[in-house]
Ligand binder design. Structure first.
Ligand SMILES: [Zn+2]
Length: 573
């Protein structure tokens, strides 16, 4: 489909220039002191119960216990309970957005409306507009920038810092923006989304996941990145490596406790964090790093105490690495912030069917500590066994006893697992066996989904502890800490093409845009420039000119956005 922007005057005319108003509207009033580095660590999908239970299990204080604490409100534009995409958009960009299965699950894109009156209004011209992130602002400020996660890196939290789309599910399109986003360090899973669907993922037996024919693995290497794929590669990086992608899994990495059995070559979150800081801190302008303990969330969805506790403790080790760096380099001034994106599961230390005042740490610990895999990992084993020898009670009881520490599975429980195995639509053993162990450990849950509870914010470095914040204020806090305002970043990086080229002919080709294809053509007199979507280049004739930001397209509003610099680049040609 080809349409000219001039045919769409009504859309173009609503163009704003009012983003300044919008961002100021959202900006916090508080003065924030300046920092050389900012490290944000996010344990996805948890609340204070997860932390308390992890602390009891660890038997010692968590690294975060030495930090200042306040609270964060997490609601999104359409619900008191947010999803990860809307939450990450809020603290990466300063904008509330929609997360709704029917309508849109926006990543660093404004919604078309705000359903909750508590979410601030914004001008109609902002509908579906991509909005700049803290990471993009840090990069413009000359800082090194990095993203570390244990999920695939195109998952909601890391992608919200680098990518813009109305749907969090388009992994190919989201990771493409990360590849062309000039990010210094990207560590996590998702290798298949760098590779075409007809090609083999390097070092793997599986095929790639892209349908646009692009080989982003090759693009990264052509752009000077070192790409490593396992712990050894990470540990043996050249000392002068400054731009590194670590693709440690085709899709998601495994849970921390599952690593030794299921994926021993993957590095831990703490190892990735340490190496990330080591690389980024070589930049004399400072750095911004986001670290996500991605899978606390998934174990909460499973009501699995093993995954929650062990992944939270793995996250805590990454926090220790960040704090050690901040404390041992006082001359650099490093702000460290820890906050979950949202609570999950309604987890509690204690449950309805127990004697609350006779609950000892060893009661809980003894129930969990014999597990050597998460419920997720056990599901894989039961499923494999069922495939090989067929579903049977003996093998289920054996696997659950050996790997999940439940040696006294009742007949009813075995039956429940067999029933789930027989489900022909969606086998989900995790959410069957997770609650079985929770019951034995005295751990309660109210839901298999997120909750709207406030979450804690731990901070190191601020001279004044913040009062309860809205999650959007975290974006402004980070931006101001690094010396910039997000409204300026929006004004420089994300400008409507119709405003920039109001005297030229614009043609938007959206063929295959859902597969990360499409481009904008600008023509004036004898000059013609092509701007491929989701890349940071302008093509004129045989020349490819690098841009300081991406060409962004909104499928919802059919508008294209470019860095402001393209106007002078085009004029100079
Ligand atoms: Zn989340």
């Amino acid at each position: 489909m080809k349409k000219t922007l001039k045919d769409l005057a009504s859309i173009v005319l609503v163009l704003c220039g009012s983003l300044t108003f919008c961002a100021k509207h959202y900006a916090p009033q508080r003065e924030v002191e300046r920092f050389h580095n900012v490290i944000v660590l996010i344990p996805d999908g948890c609340g204070v119960a997860h932390m308390a239970i992890a602390r009891w299990f660890k038997g010692a204080p968590l690294a975060q216990d030495s930090m200042d604490v306040s609270f964060v409100r997490t609601f999104c534009a359409n619900s008191m309970i947010t999803g990860s995409a809307a939450a990450a958009t809020a603290f990466a960009t300063g904008f509330k957005t929609w997360e709704d299965s029917e309508k849109a699950k926006c990543l660093s894109v404004c919604p078309d409306s705000l359903l909750l009156p508590q979410a601030q209004e914004f001008p109609v011209s902002e509908q579906w507009r991509p909005v700049a992130t803290v990471l993009e602002g840090a990069r413009l400020a000359g800082k090194a920038v990095g993203l570390v996660a244990t999920c695939r890196v195109s998952h909601a939290t890391p992608a919200a810092y680098a990518s813009h789309w109305h749907s969090r599910d388009n992994n190919s399109l989201l990771i493409e923006q990360m590849v062309y986003g000039d990010i210094d360090v990207v560590f996590g899973g998702g290798f298949r989304y760098l590779v075409d669907a007809h090609a083999q993922v390097p070092g793997s037996s599986s095929k790639g996941g892209r349908r646009d024919g692009e080989n982003l693995y090759q693009v990264l290497r052509s752009n000077g990145y070192t790409v490593v794929t396992d712990r050894e590669g990470l540990n043996t990086l050249e000392p002068n490596a400054r731009k590194v992608w670590g693709m440690f899994a085709d899709n998601h990495m495994v849970h921390d406790i599952d690593r030794s059995k299921l994926a021993p070559d993957e590095p831990s979150l703490a190892e990735m964090t340490e190496k990330g800081i080591e690389i980024l801190s070589k930049d004399t302008d400072g750095f911004f790093l986001m670290v996500e303990g991605s899978q606390v969330d998934w174990s909460s969805h499973d009501n699995d105490p093993v995954g929650v506790v062990t992944d939270y403790i793995a996250f805590d080790q990454a926090v220790r690495v960040a704090l050690d760096f901040a404390k041992s380099h006082p001359e650099q001034r490093t702000l460290v912030l820890i906050f979950p994106d949202h609570d999950n599961g309604g987890m509690s230390l204690g449950r309805r069917d127990m004697n609350s005042y006779a609950f000892r740490p060893e009661d809980m610990k003894s129930a969990i500590e014999n597990a050597s895999l998460t419920a997720d990992g056990v599901e894989v084993l039961i499923w494999n066994s069922a495939r090989n020898v067929g579903p049977n009670a003996d093998s289920i009881e054996h696997v659950v006893a050996q790997y999940y520490g439940i040696a006294d599975l009742t007949d009813e429980e075995t039956e429940a697992i067999l029933r789930e195995l027989a489900d022909t639509v969606d086998v989900n053993l995790r959410t069957v066996i997770g609650p079985m162990l929770s019951e034995r450990a005295g751990i309660g849950w109210t839901t298999f989904d997120h909750t709207g509870n406030d979450v804690p914010l731990f901070s190191y470095g601020l001279s004044r502890v913040p009062q309860t914040l809205d999650n959007t204020e975290i974006a402004h806090l980070c931006a101001h800490a690094m010396g910039f305002d997000l409204s300026d970043v929006n004004d420089r990086l994300i400008v409507d093409a119709g405003e920039l080229f109001d005297d030229a002919t614009l043609m938007i080709d959206t063929s295959g845009v859902e597969m990360s294809k499409g481009h904008l053509i600008v023509e004036k007199d004898e000059k013609k420039a092509v701007f491929p979507f989701f890349k940071n280049v302008m093509i004129v004739g045989q020349d490819t000119v690098a841009l300081e930001g991406l060409t962004l397209y909104s499928l919802k509003s059919h508008r294209v956005f470019l860095p402001r610099q393209v106007k002078s680049f085009f004029a100079a040609y």
